[in-house]
Design a binder for this molecule. Structure first.
Ligand SMILES: Nc1ncnc2c1ncn2[C@@H]1O[C@H](COP(=O)(O)OP(=O)(O)OP(=O)(O)O)[C@@H](O)[C@H]1O
Length: 342
């Protein structure tokens, strides 16, 4: 191919490339089998036997630049394993994966500059040093010039409301402040792709809201792509229009959060304030009675029966109030996982 002359015009067609791309991605972990007792220990020493845990099975998806996607699943579903595969900490057993144009497991420096992985239960800041000192280590690793380093720390600490906490030892920070400082450290190199594993774990409601707002603002300012796991559904509803749901290593839903409710919750929740106390069986005629406490009751009613049942309730029962609500996402997800429905 002839060398491109100076000032040559690039092809006008822009190809939209997925920022994260996984195809039939699988991960099997070998787990050593060991019989109990002394004989078992000896056998294990001379002739190890293994079984395999299928942590991730044939998972395929694409995420476009700037998307914020929630990654849901019960404990042990394979979320952390998938994030480790995407960030290159572990090698896939099968399948293909590409993140920001790189094969993650090669761990090229140019790749590492484009991504970050934050795990709510792990910390990178040094406990006895002020966070500002740990940031300097990251600045050196990522070769961030001094002036730019100062600008970024200033900008991110202001966005996080952390400006006056950077110079006290990390061990003296509250959990929420520490998590914010962890995020600052993880974003100092301005990664394009953020893998966040339970970033609000253990935080109180105010700190959770602050972290969420920060992530939204970071995504808006830098058009960063975010894949996020959280057991707090408020995080998911506040941040993600799209969710991936994984169960026993298999991806069984990839789509809009609202679609998840429609597909897996074909019912609405009807809240009743009864004018007089009532027996359980009187309410059970109208739907699945979820709770009855004093004069307050919650019923689940199939969507297609909703109008008929609500007019029956209004006509037949003495009520002070009636409200139709979307079911709580936690409840829907819990039901899906409990029944293994996919
Ligand atoms: N290093 C490992 N060796 C063997 N098995 C592992 C290893 N890491 C994870 N597993 C197993 O792989 C499966 C998936 O684990 P993973 O940590 O990915 O789940 P998760 O969805 O992140 O769960 P949680 O919500 O509890 O963090 C589990 O059965 C787990 O026990």
């Amino acid at each position: 191919m002839p060398p491109r002359s100076k000032g040559a015009v690039l092809p006008a067609i822009l190809i939209r490339v997925s920022q994260i791309w996984a195809e039939n991605l699988s991960k099997r972990y070998p787990v050593a089998l060991k019989e109990p007792g002394f004989v078992g220990t000896l056998q294990h020493f001379f002739r190890r036997r293994y079984r395999h845990v299928e942590a991730v099975r044939q998972v395929s998806f694409r995420i476009e630049p700037g998307e914020v996607v929630g990654f849901l699943g019960p404990n042990g579903a394979g979320k952390t394993t998938t994030l480790k595969l995407l960030s290159g900490l572990i090698h896939p057993s099968e399948g293909r994966v590409e993140v920001a144009g790189h094969e993650p497991f090669r761990r090229e420096y140019t790749f590492l500059r484009k991504i970050t992985l934050v795990m709510g239960n792990k910390q990178q800041l040094i406990w006895d040093l002020p966070a500002a000192e740990s940031f300097r280590v990251n600045a050196a690793v990522y070769e961030i010039p001094e002036a730019e380093f100062r600008r970024r720390v200033g900008e991110l600490s202001e966005m996080l409301g952390l400006t006056d906490k950077l110079h006290q030892p990390v061990r003296k920070l509250s959990l929420g402040e520490r998590m914010k400082a962890e995020l600052l450290a993880a974003l100092l190199h301005h990664p394009q792709v953020l893998f966040l594993d339970e970033p609000t774990l253990g935080l109180d409601v105010n700190a959770q809201v602050a972290v969420r707002e920060f992530l939204l603002e970071y995504n808006r300012r830098y058009r960063a792509t975010i894949l996020l796991t959280s057991h707090y559904m408020a995080d998911i509803t506040a941040l993600c229009e799209r969710v991936l749901v994984i169960h026993q290593g298999r991806l069984f839903y990839d789509g809009a959060l609202s679609g998840l409710l429609e597909r897996f919750a074909p019912y609405r929740e009807v809240y009743l304030k009864l004018a007089v106390p009532m027996e359980q069986d009187r309410l059970e005629r109208y739907g699945e009675l979820r709770s009855l406490e004093g004069r307050e009751a919650r019923l689940l009613i199939q969507r297609e029966q909703l109008v008929a049942r609500v007019s029956q309730l209004l006509g037949e029962l003495p009520l002070d109030d009636l409200e139709v609500r979307e079911p709580a996402l936690e409840e829907v997800i819990g039901k899906v996982f409990a029944t293994g429905q996919a």
